[in-house]
Design a binder for this molecule. Structure first.
Ligand code: ASP
Ligand code: MG
Length: 452
């Protein structure tokens, strides 16, 4: 069974939903059942809902209600374009009820002048509740036996509002009770992504971009054979297209490679997103809903047997390097603990770490507490910082067994001053830190060498 998750641009307007319908027919024609469909809010809607919440909380009710009115029109127009005549009245009244509720919440917030995270979730969740109802109706109108499933009953989460974590045992039980029987009965369940609810029934959201996560949670919960992430790009690319004009599509990569790439700036998938799929060993495929015939990128647990020397590159800009040298010349034991304790105290994550006998260098991208960090470190070490640095990370499972590849990466970059070089335990990536101004040239050189 296949889970198909569609992002905001893949449900943005009636034409996008018509493409979705044809995409949903394909696994059904092949497997004779399914798929399970998970959808994002229509593109831009979550942003607008959050803006509405902020305006309401700031007592700008008129502005918020004007936004609500425009959103209502957009959803009603989608419904008219996509639902069958027989179903339109019911769908319209569901949409109206949702917007009446939103209007009531906005008016209440404008009086209270404060928005709790719990309320924010109620508002943010409306985008997916609406889009999933519309898509379900559109599928039915197109002859597919779709059935809307309230994702708040299927995804059970903790109460960490706006970034809730799924409780997998409860969620799996709920999915088995609500979704699996529908599939067995030949239907096409349709759920909103991004949203869930606590065991007590309070609406939650999984964090921005969370509907990929929902796709993976649903796939894991129903033991899907494949999870498809339908989006507006062809798949994972070998490099950032803003820097390399013609990157290649990565046909296949391992979960471990995907996680490293996602962490270091490849925008397509967030690492936590695929976690439920990794645990259950379910392949994830990234596909372009505008070009449904494309091969996309397949992400699997095992390394790609025909993988290239490098799989892809990722970059991250706007980093600051912090150099910390032990004042006592040699690193006494406990030195590293003291260093990292400072970063922990100021809740600042470090990305890359390199050490020598007398010094440690780390990169951070969150500069908010940098002054305090430097001050605290200076109590026991010499500290210097350098901004406008960039990270370039070359990823590939073959790096683990073939040290020559890492050596070539460094050799290709030999004209550029490299500030740090790191290859961590996974040995699946080699990461270099350089001046930001050198990044485009470095990426071109590497891409030419390994993917040219
Ligand atoms: N609609 C949500 C967001 O924009 C979730 C998603 O699209 O993945 O963050
Ligand atoms: Mg998205």
């Amino acid at each position: 069974m296949v889970v198909q998750k569609f992002g905001g641009t893949s449900v943005a307007d009636p034409d996008a939903v018509r493409r979705l319908i044809e995409i949903a027919r394909a696994p059904r024609a092949r497997d004779g059942r399914g798929p399970v469909v998970v959808v994002s809010a229509l593109s831009g809607v979550t942003d607008t809902l959050l803006a509405i919440a902020a305006e309401a909380g700031a007592a700008r009710a008129d502005q918020a209600l004007a936004h609500v009115g425009r959103l209502r029109e957009r959803h009603l127009a989608m419904a008219r374009a996509l639902a069958g005549d027989g179903a339109l009245a019911a769908l319209t009244s569901q949409i109206d009820a949702q917007f009446d509720e939103l209007t009531a919440v906005v008016c209440a917030l404008a009086v209270l002048r404060e928005v709790s995270l719990r309320t924010l979730d109620v508002i943010a969740a409306m985008g997916e509740l609406l889009s999933s109802r519309i898509v379900a109706a559109a599928l039915v109108h197109a002859g597919l036996p779709a059935e809307w499933v309230d994702a708040r009953r299927a995804i059970v989460t903790n109460d960490d509002h706006t970034r809730a974590a799924p409780l997998m045992r409860e969620t799996t039980a709920a999915l088995r009770a609500l979704v699996v029987p529908l599939v067995a009965d030949g239907r096409v369940p349709v759920l909103g992504g991004f949203i869930g609810a606590t065991a007590e029934g309070h609406t939650t959201t999984l964090g921005r971009g969370g509907s990929d996560y929902s796709g993976a949670i649903v796939g894991a919960g129903i033991d899907a054979g494949e999870i498809q992430i339908w989006t507006d790009v062809d798949g994972m690319l070998t490099a950032d297209p803003r820097i390399i004009p013609q990157p290649r599509l990565v046909p296949r990569l391992s979960f471990a490679e995907a996680a490293e790439l996602a962490y270091f700036g490849a925008k397509v998938l967030h690492p936590s997103t695929i976690h439920p799929a990794v645990e259950r060993n379910i392949p994830v495929r990234i596909l372009n809903s505008r070009k449904p015939g494309g091969a996309g990128t397949l992400i699997t647990a095992e390394p790609n047997p025909d993988g290239h020397e490098l799989t892809a590159m990722a970059a991250k800009r706007d980093l600051t390097v912090v150099d910390i040298t032990s004042s006592r010349m040699l690193m006494a034991y406990g030195f590293l603990r003291r260093v990292f304790e400072v970063f922990e105290r100021f809740r600042t994550a470090v990305d890359v770490v390199t050490t020598s006998e007398v010094s440690v260098s780390v990169t951070v991208d969150d500069r908010r507490h940098l002054d305090s960090i430097v001050e605290a470190l200076s109590e026991f070490a010499e500290v210097s910082i350098e901004g406008e640095m960039a990270l370039l990370c070359a990823v590939g499972d073959r790096l683990r067994a073939e040290p020559e590849i890492a050596a070539r990466v460094v050799r290709v970059l030999e004209e550029m001053p490299l500030r740090m070089i790191s290859q961590a335990a996974s040995r699946r990536n080699i990461t270099v830190i350089m001046r930001q101004t050198d990044l485009p040239h470095a990426m071109h050189r590497l891409h030419e060498e390994f993917f040219g």
